[in-house]
Design a protein around this ligand. Structure first.
Ligand code: MTE
Ligand code: MO
Length: 551
């Protein structure tokens, strides 16, 4: 509010209409101009806020989601995900998304501020800039497969005039001598030294405060509206019973030792996707279409999908961005319909080489159809650990294919499956520098002791997990302080499609220690020891932890 205490009669002497009667006194009042610039900037921020608030609210009201702000953030991700190749997949994990939304809002407000400052001399500026904003927002929204062009234009058509009008109105109150309006009484009046006009200032504060609070309120209301309860309502309903339940091994001893839980609780399951806000898909209007190189293309709705014979499989899913030892990996009991059931119904042609899937938000990926030749689980999953997929993991349905990284196979919010050729059709991450094929590499991880932990001397469990889904693990070994490789005890597994827990007790002696782990897969292949970063096709190298045993 410091700006508000500035002299209100800051006069832009070279503004149109005032230049002719510029007197020496007015010229000297030029020095007060930074004060009016600050007020104008504040006006611009509020004006941009009004445009954003109205845009978010109208979007929510007419069901055009993602909203302009979220859509602009989404286009940013699509544009720059490739440039941030090494960290791209994980950077767009849950944590950085609020920052991206906040950044979009802040940049918009900063541009609004600059516009209002410039508007003191160029009255047309706010309308022009807001129109450009609006066009950009509408483009970003319409570029999202979830929004049609018409609603995007409606949103812009309402938010642009709201923002421009608010800016104009506030500028008149805040900077009396702007060319946007009549000079205020304070300036026109006889008083040779324009004094702060208390009444004008109050009016400005009240109007600005009301517009600022109102647009924030609209944005909050918009979020509440857009969240909706369709997903929650549908998720509450019962699930069909699979012909055969997945049998889970008893892994309590390994979990007691500190290994990750065999089945990852849904709330702890990692989330990776390019969606800035989790798509909220209405199961009633959702369908999955299967087409491309098939004899009988068809679409299937949610209820019909749930009425088909279902399977339940425990499968470990990993993100290609996972660094050695990191946690972008989890195991769940997935329930759904075998992909083969749907592909058989469609009648896949011999010329088909790639199973290419797309989500409701336009993300896509593909894997070779030959992956389906064996027995590995590949399904349209609609449930996870006995509950319907949460929105963040792909409600109403997603793909799960054992042995493939998520970025080539695990499409969430699944919308279409297209059988196509291998060449010429690339998934989202392929042109962004990631390998076209993505089999999960053999990996092992130490869960306890944690790096940097302080351990008490005596019997100490060393434990973790190792995985190569679709192949399985035959052995895990650790080396302590560079010593011999020691065999570890392996837990039971539901199948070779999941990770295996491992453990070994150690008599901890005081001092600094380092433990390294390595695994051998079920085909006898040892883990690659050479360190490689995740890009382009998954990290390799051995996980090691260093910790101290207290004396
Ligand atoms: N629609 C959509 N599906 C997607 C992605 C995405 O960005 N959009 N990311 C994939 C990647 S890279 C991974 S690792 C898995 C992660 O699934 P999860 O979030 O359920 O763990 O989802 C895959 N499915
Ligand atoms: Mo991923």
């Amino acid at each position: 509010m410091a700006a508000m205490t500035d002299q209100q009669g800051a006069i832009e002497v070279d503004a149109p209409g005032t230049a002719t009667d510029a007197s020496p006194r007015e010229v000297s009042s030029r020095e007060a101009s930074p004060g009016s610039a600050r007020r104008a900037a504040l006006v611009g921020v509020i004006g941009a806020g009004v445009a954003l608030g109205v845009g978010e609210f109208v979007s929510a009201l007419i069901g055009a989601q993602p909203s302009p702000v979220v859509a602009v953030g989404g286009r940013f991700i699509d544009r720059f995900a490739g440039a941030l190749k090494d960290i791209a997949v994980s950077i767009f994990g849950t944590n950085d998304k609020p920052a991206l939304i906040a950044g979009t809002v802040m940049i918009t407000c900063a541009l609004g501020a600059a516009t209002a400052v410039g508007a003191r001399r160029r009255a047309w500026l706010p309308l022009a800039v807001f129109c450009a904003f609006g066009a950009f927002g509408a483009w970003a929204q319409a570029a999202d497969p979830q929004v049609d062009a018409a609603p995007a234009v409606i949103v812009a058509a309402l938010s642009v005039p709201a923002g421009a009008a608010a800016t104009r109105r506030l500028l008149r109150l805040a900077v009396p001598h702007t060319p946007t309006g009549e000079p205020s009484d304070a300036v026109r009046g006889a008083d040779p030294i324009p004094r702060p006009d208390a009444l004008g200032r109050r009016r400005f504060i009240v109007t600005a405060g009301a517009l600022g609070a109102g647009s924030a309120g609209l944005a909050v209301a918009a979020r509440a509206l857009a969240r909706g309860d369709v997903v929650e309502a549908a998720r509450a309903a019962g699930l069909p019973v699979p012909a055969r339940r997945a049998a889970l091994p008893d892994t309590a001893a390994f979990e007691a030792a500190g290994a990750s839980r065999y089945v990852t609780p849904v709330k702890d399951f990692y989330r990776i996707d390019t969606a800035l806000l989790v798509p909220q898909v209405d199961a009633d209007s959702w369908d999955l279409s299967i087409g491309g190189l098939v004899a009988r293309p068809f679409s299937i709705g949610y209820d019909e999908l749930l009425s088909l014979p279902s399977i339940e499989q425990v499968v470990t899913l990993q993100c290609v961005s996972n660094e050695v030892g990191d946690e972008l990996v989890g195991t769940a009991v997935w329930q759904g319909v075998a992909l083969a059931t749907l592909l058989d119904r469609a009648g896949v042609k011999d010329s088909a080489e790639q199973v290419f899937s797309t989500s409701v938000d336009g993300w896509n990926c593909g894997f070779p159809i030959s992956v389906l030749d064996g027995e590995r689980p590949a399904m349209i999953a609609y449930a996870m650990n006995g509950e319907r997929l949460p929105a963040r993991h792909g409600f109403p349905a997603r793909l799960v294919v054992s042995g493939l990284y998520g970025y080539v196979s695990a499409t969430k919010w699944l919308s279409t499956i297209e059988l196509t050729t291998w060449d010429g059709t690339d998934g989202y991450w392929v042109p962004r520098g990631w390998s076209k094929k993505g089999p999960i590499k053999l990996t092992s991880r130490i869960d306890v002791p944690r790096s940097g932990a302080s351990v008490t001397p005596g019997r100490t469990p060393i434990a973790g997990v190792a995985w190569r889904p679709a192949t399985g693990i035959s052995a895990v070994q650790i080396s302590i302080d560079g010593g011999d490789w020691l065999d570890c005890e392996l837990g039971e597994v539901a199948s070779e499609h999941t990770w295996v827990q491992w453990k070994r007790d150690w008599d901890a002696t005081p001092g600094d220690h380092e433990v390294v782990v390595r695994a051998v897969d079920a085909q006898g292949e040892p883990q690659i020891t050479r360190d490689q970063e995740p890009a382009p096709d998954g990290a390799t190298g051995l996980h090691r932890v260093s910790f101290t045993v207290a004396s």
